[in-house]
Design a protein around this ligand. Structure first.
Ligand code: ADP
Length: 586
């Protein structure tokens, strides 16, 4: 955060009352959303209401011990993030203070009161290579140079969106700190590698486009049945033990995004610790570099003050937009948006606002949609194209999806991946319930799958969906009368559906090959099961008994395609064996 760096200090106010994270001050000269420093320790807060000469502030740090009469100092600046090289590989708290710097200053990451730390290292030098030269004309947002930020990512240095632009008078290559000027313009504007942006304002873009490309996750159930678009939105509920952590790691590792921003918001300390400890260990399977080379972590655990949950969500999305502006595809994961909503509820009740459903403020839905609205596939103002995809975890208490946060989220997002504790208990992983999940991107992404995978992707997938739907209906009858009471064709459908579940939908995140499944392989597994289906129904029609058809030796080999590296050859042989074995029966 950069709030303290340059703002003009205004008139001090006096604390009138303290109620948890909400503090009121008298006689403070401030505007809405200004950052202020509260009390003699200078705790960071943000103005959320002004009435007459009383200003209400939500404080992003623990307020115990802060008393009426202490001073409040305005900064005259809104809550902003520092943007520039050095954000990747970083782990921040909710107000963009690097945790390692805090730890050094405080001896512990969780005792951080009144400590200020810039979001990016102001002393470190970076190797800047200009992409413009004297005489070139640049406009706001244009890329003027690059910095090799990590082995995986080139950082693009851009003219800040609020600059006018003009003719370049100098552009130097060399090693600079983020505050040194690297490009000068004829109108006197000086461009540094660092820029600031207020977190509550969306960074400008030329145009938001309809997304047409999938964010490939390498997970069959997602790419095959419930794809999310690059620039799309998804919600994922996480009942305890349902495989949420593994699913999120899989997405962070395998999603074909250039950059991952992971916002840990209000989750229990040990879960966040897991992320903080795990992520730096993970390898980017595509480049072999550290996964953190393309990842920015923002960690606000449940033992940190509730108000900071809001700032961490906004900080995350602003960082994501900044990388989008460079032309990158960014995936932002927020875990969990329910904890943010709870923070809104707490602040709202302390403000004695009229409560809405289950005590959440009436503006819950507006806030959530403002956040998800910042996702999208964009044409940027510098004519590059980039995207921000947002995947928000929700934690419905007791797994009850009818509660307000889940319901409001479902109204906004276009993909829903329903993690299911029952499936997890049955060791069906990833435990994404195919009957409850959905993706509204399916149709608009079909042309991509047709062009890049197979012509009949949509038809084959529809066959799989129909078979699984039929299974769900038949299961109800089976529960009542048993499987043997079903007609033979329905028994066969159940057998085919079982293979769809076991060979196609199930995927082992811990198997070196099965952990990632390219779209071609996703198609071929589904198609191999369909080959069995078609041959089997032909045989049934010709009078072969269902037990004989389902008993063929080759069929169980379907369950091992996932772990085959040379899957094409394996599937070719398997399809031949299945059809010839069945052909021999009649
Ligand atoms: P949660 O975070 O929801 O409590 P986890 O993600 O830690 O649950 O998953 C619990 C366990 O389930 C894991 O330790 C692992 O054994 C198993 N599991 C979850 N997802 C998968 C998967 N895709 N493949 C294999 N095992 C999985």
């Amino acid at each position: 955060m950069s709030q303290a760096t340059e703002s003009d200090v205004r008139e001090d106010g006096i604390i009138e009352s303290v109620s948890g994270p909400v503090v009121t001050a008298r006689d403070l000269d401030a505007r809405m959303n200004d950052v202020v420093y509260v009390g003699s320790e200078g705790l960071m807060g943000e103005v959320i209401e002004i009435e007459g000469n009383i200003t209400t502030i939500q404080v992003y740090e623990e307020t115990s011990g802060v008393s009426p009469g202490e001073p409040v100092e305005g900064t005259g600046a809104p809550l902003s993030v520092d943007l520039g090289p050095g954000m990747l590989d970083a782990i921040y708290d909710g107000v963009q203070r690097p945790l390692d710097v805090l730890e050094e200053k405080m001896g512990s990451a969780y005792l951080d009161r009144g400590v200020d730390a810039p979001g990016i290292d102001l002393e470190k030098t970076w190797e800047f290579e200009p992409t413009v030269e004297a005489g070139d004309t640049v406009e706001s947002g244009d890329i003027v140079g690059t910095v090799p930020e990590t082995p995986s990512i080139d950082h693009k240095v851009m003219v800040p969106p609020d600059y006018e632009g003009g003719e370049v008078t100098s552009a130097e290559s060399g090693n600079f700190t983020v505050e040194e000027t690297v490009v000068e313009l004829d109108n006197g504007e000086e461009i540094q590698m660092r820029q600031e942006w207020p977190v509550r304002s969306q960074r400008p873009a030329e145009e938001k486009e309809t997304p047409t490309e999938p964010l490939i996750s390498g997970q069959r159930v997602l790419d095959g049945l419930f794809p999310i678009a690059k620039g799309g939105t998804a919600a994922i509920p996480g009942p305890f033990g349902s495989g949420k952590t593994v699913t999120q790691h899989q997405l962070a590792k395998w999603a074909d995004a250039d950059i991952v921003v992971y916002v840990g918001c209000g989750e229990r300390g040990n879960e966040m610790t897991e992320v903080i400890e795990d992520f730096p260990e993970l390898e980017d399977p595509i480049t072999g570099n550290a996964l953190m080379d393309r990842t920015c972590l923002i960690a606000n655990t449940s033992n940190m003050p509730v108000a900071a949950r809001e700032s961490c969500v906004y900080t995350g999305i602003t960082i994501a937009e900044y990388f989008r502006d460079m032309g990158y595809d960014v995936a932002l994961m927020a875990d969990s948006t329910s904890r943010w909503a709870e923070a809104m509820r707490e602040i709202s009740s302390r403000l004695e606002e009229m409560p809405g459903e289950e005590g959440y403020p009436a503006y819950l839905s507006a806030r959530l949609s403002e956040f998800y609205e910042r996702a999208g596939y964009f044409q940027n103002i510098n004519d590059t194209e980039g995207s921000v995809s947002v995947i928000g975890a929700v934690s419905p208490p007791g797994g009850d999806f009818s509660e307000p946060v889940t319901q409001n989220t479902l109204r906004i997002v276009k993909t829903f991946w329903a993690l299911d504790a029952d499936l997890a208990e049955r060791r069906h992983f990833p435990s994404i319930n195919w009957n409850e999940s959905y993706s509204l991107y399916r149709d608009q992404l079909d042309p991509w799958f047709v062009e890049n995978v197979r012509d009949d992707w949509p038809e084959t997938r529809q066959w799989a969906i129909d078979t699984l739907d039929e299974e769900a209906e038949l299961q109800e009858i089976v529960q009542l009368v048993g499987k043997d009471a079903l007609p033979e064709d329905q028994q066969l459908t159940l057998e085919i559906a079982r293979y769809l579940r076991e060979a196609w939908l199930q995927q082992n995140a811990f198997h070196p090959t099965d952990t990632y499944c390219e779209p071609e392989k996703t198609y071929r597994i589904m198609d191999a099961i369909k080959t069995y289906n078609d041959a089997a129904f032909d045989a049934l029609e010709a009078g072969v008994p269902v037990e004989e058809i389902t008993d063929i030796d080759a069929a169980p080999r379907l369950n091992r395609i996932g772990v085959q590296e040379d899957y094409n050859e394996y599937i070719d042989d398997l399809e031949d064996d299945i059809t010839s074995e069945i052909r021999e029966m009649y």
